[in-house]
Each structure stands twice: as C-alpha cells, then as structure tokens.
Design a protein around this ligand. Structure first.
Ligand code: 6PG
Length: 474
C-alpha cells in the first residue's frame, strides 16, 4: 500500500497528527519505536481512515509513495538526531523529513544543511495547538525549501485550523524559519500568560474579588477585544473547584511555574539579535523566580505595604482590562520585531502579516486580536512597530492613563507586575524625546574612552576626562 504521508513517533502529538491526516483522506503510514503503541493505535483508531502500520523502519519507508513525506514527532534534541540518522540512509533524493517537534531553529538549520547534501529536504515544522489542535486543526509553521512546500503544503493546509476559510498554515521561509517563528510564538505565549496572571493577581488582591468572580470578569473580557483562547481557559481554570478540599483550584496548585525551554530560547536569541523583548524576558524570569523557593523563603519577612482593596473594584477591573490590552499590544509588537530581526539576519524574507494570519486559529495564542495585526501589516508591510499602526496607537493612547493607574496601584500595594510595568516602560522609552542613554555614553567614555556621538555633528568623540576635559575627535 502506498501512504501519502507517514508519522514516526506516536506519542499524543504524533498520534493525533497522524489521525488528522487520515481523517482528511490521506493514507497515513504509522511507525513507532515500541511497536505495541502502533498496534494499540490501529486497534483504537484504525477505523478513522486509511492507516498503513509498520513495525520496522524499512517497512515504514517502503510504505510511502515518492517523494516520501516522513514526519518525525519525537522529543527535540538528541532523539530527533537519532531518528534522522536512522531514516536518512533509507531515503532517496527528493524525499522529505519533516520535524514537527519544538526544535531549536539552529538545530533545524544544521540538519537542513546536512540533509541537503544528500538531496533530501528537511522541513522544520512548528506545530501549535496542543493535543486537541494536532487532532482537529493546529496552526502549522513549516520552514524548508519552496520545493518541499509545493509537495507538502497542500496537505498541511488541509489539516490545519481555518479562520474565515483561510488555512492556518503557510510556508514561513527557508531552513529554520518555521521553528524560529514557533519559538517566538511560544515566547509571546509566555508573555500573554504572565500578563493574564498579573491581571488575576491584581483583581484578587487589589480588587478584592474571589477566583470565581474573576472567572466571570475574564468571561466578560472574552466577549470583547481580548477574545482569545488563553482568556477563555483562564475563566475555566479560575472557576474550577478542587474536589479534594472544596477550595478554588488555583489556591491548591503550587505557585512555581515550570517551562520546557522555548520561552528561554526566545530571550536568548533576542539578546543575540539585539531585539528588546522585555515582556517575554520578564515572563521567563517571573517563572524562574516563582520556582526559587529558597530565595522566596529567605525574603518572606521583608516589609511591604498592606494590601487594601481599592475603593471602586468595578472601575479598577475596567482599568486592569485596559492595562492588559495595552501590555499585550506591546508584547506582540516586540515579538513581531523579533521575527523581523530574525528574518533579516538569516535572509528568510518572512511575510510578517502572514504570521498573524496563521496564528488567528489553531494555536495557543489564537485570538481575535491577531486579525488586527494582519490588517496592520496589510496597510503597511514596512510597519516599524505595531505601536505605530494608527489603530493600535489610538487604542494604546486611550488606555495609557488606566495602564499607569494600574501599575501605580500595584506598586502601592506591593503586588509584583513585571509584565505590565516592563510593557509600560517600553512604551514610555520608545516615545521619549531624550533617553538617559546619553549619560551612559558619557560614563563609558569617562572610564573606558569608549567614545560617543554628538547630536550636533557627525563622527565619534572622546573627552580627555583625566586631562583638561577638552574634546577630541576619534
Ligand atoms: C503550543 C505550545 C507547546 C508548548 C507548551 C508548553 O504552541 O502548542 O506552545 O508547543 O510545548 O505550551 O510550553 P512550556 O512547558 O515551556 O510552558
């Protein structure tokens, strides 16, 4: 039997992706290192479509029509290299290996270059949407050659989520472009979740609301401009009661956030690219801080203000909505600038508006808001920052007083809001006439003769600080 696509690595994501292909009428080959899993999937889901199960790598490869499309869904890192080493020798020029894991884009670039030598296409494919998305329609971000997309893209567009009939899948760009944008997607996901968590904390401890009431507030927000998957599930989680204790679920979960690494990578790479993604960085650091039980225990008795509820909780909740929305615009602006910087650095030529199109549905950060980003880039493909889009600028302008009030209330009540305040600081820094960076330049020149530029003349200058303090041109 000739399968049109094959999936090896049948964990939950791999299995669901395979079922998604089969349910859309593509005969799908299945392979897993532990063959019992392949058999179990056949027994449980075999009726859903045409599956071609195999127990060996050779059988699996032989069951695929040419050019072969072989999707690997294993853990990022060494496991991915091991699977590539196992299968690459069995393939022929023109065949495609598609990595649907959360690989680091630098690994993807390395693998793509190596496999290209033997005439194979390597497609680093970002997939978002969790288990449910993989089965019913994820957002898909494939990189790799245009030739591989021609052979693979239509299938990906078929199984992806759709918004207004438009698939949430597109060719992002060559080699590691797909995994790069998936990484930034996850960084934005971290920032979104941090902002949501701060909004919850403020509503609870400055607004005086209970988790169940906050769930209702999020439900209301979800019917407005914040309409998104993460806001929707925030209401679900906050409304949930722990069966064992009868207490709000959020009160019995240990307050130490974990991470698998894509948010951290985003910040590491942003530092290399020189792109200020302060919202994402604060989100990664906030998770890391939450896990430092030792530091937190050592600091528990330090002084702070008493947490008093605000006088008008309803109007405060409205301001928190504005602060959350404005901060969200900032973190998306930062994320998009990072995609632009990566595209520039690696010559990927990524269509920035298209990233908003394919994130409107299927992925974890899916939101109504993404369509606004799409139209911002449609109006101006050269937009230097989302904050310069007239519509977003008007919204941030309208929100900025409330945003400042909320950050001030947080500071006054001793509630940490690193996401809200970093976003506000970014906003104020960008719009500043003059930044104190001038003083930093002066200090650098003083202690290290690092030179500075002047506002009124070209060239580099140095002041002879230890001598007569006259200025020389350098
Ligand atoms: C997605 C998610 C997913 C990610 C989880 C967990 O787009 O479907 O981003 O890829 O693995 O969100 O990430 P952390 O464990 O790092 O929070």
């Amino acid at each position: 039997a000739a399968a049109q696509i094959g999936v090896t690595g049948l964990g939950v994501m791999g299995r669901n992706l395979a079922r998604n292909f089969a349910r859309h009428g593509y005969p799908t080959a299945l392979h897993n290192r532990t063959t019992a899993r392949t058999d179990a999937i056949m027994a449980e889901f075999g009726h859903e479509g045409t599956f071609v199960p195999s127990h060996t790598a050779q059988e699996f490869v032989a069951s695929l029509e040419r050019p072969r499309r072989l999707v690997i869904m294993v853990n990022a890192g060494a496991a991915t290299d091991a699977v590539i080493e196992e299968f690459a020798p069995l393939l022929e020029p023109g065949d495609m290996i598609i990595d649907g894991g959360n690989a680091h884009f630098a690994d993807t670039r390395r693998r793509e270059a190596a496999l290209r030598e033997s005439g194979l296409h390597f497609v680093g494919m970002g997939v978002s949407g969790g288990e449910e998305g993989a089965l019913n329609g994820p957002s898909i971000m494939p990189g790799g050659s245009a030739e591989s997309y021609a052979a693979l893209g239509p299938m990906l567009e078929t199984i992806s989520a759709k918004v207004d009939g438009v698939p949430c899948a597109t060719h992002v760009g060559p080699d590691g472009a797909g995994h790069f944008v998936k990484m930034v997607h996850n960084g934005i996901e971290y920032a979104d979740m941090q902002l949501i968590a701060e909004a919850y904390d403020l509503l609870r401890y400055a607004g005086g609301y209970s988790p169940a009431q906050i769930a209702d507030i999020f439900r209301t927000w979800n019917s407005g401009r914040l309409d998104s998957y993460l806001i929707e599930i925030t209401a679900e989680v906050l409304a949930h009661t722990d069966a064992k204790t009868g207490r709000p679920f959020v009160d019995v979960v240990a307050d130490a956030a974990e991470q698998k690494g894509t948010g951290r990578w985003t910040v590491q790479i942003a530092l290399d690219l020189g792109t200020p993604v302060s919202g994402i960085a604060e989100a990664v650091f906030a998770r890391s801080l939450s896990g430092h039980g030792d530091l937190r225990a050592a600091a528990r008795d330090l002084a702070g203000p008493s947490r008093e509820a605000v006088a008008d909780p309803d109007s405060f909740a409205d301001k928190v909505e504005q602060a959350l929305y404005a901060s969200k615009i900032v973190s998306y602006a930062q994320g998009w600038n990072m995609i632009a910087a990566g595209s520039e650095e690696y010559g990927w030529d990524i269509d920035l508006g298209q990233m908003a199109v394919i994130w409107r549905g299927g992925c974890i950060i899916r939101a109504k808001f993404l369509d606004r980003i799409r139209s911002a880039y449609e109006s101006n493909p050269q937009l230097p920052t989302l904050l310069a889009d007239p519509d977003f600028a008007a919204e941030v302008t309208a929100a900025q007083n409330a945003w400042r009030d909320v950050v001030a209330t947080a500071v006054g009540s001793g509630i940490p809001v690193p996401g809200f305040s970093a976003a506000l600081a970014y906003y104020d820094a960008l719009r500043a006439d003059r930044l104190p960076a001038a003083l930093i330049q002066g200090l650098r020149d003083f202690f290290g003769a690092h030179t500075y530029r002047r506002t009124d003349a070209d060239g580099s200058y140095h002041t002879l600080w230890a001598e007569d303090r006259s200025e020389v041109s350098r």
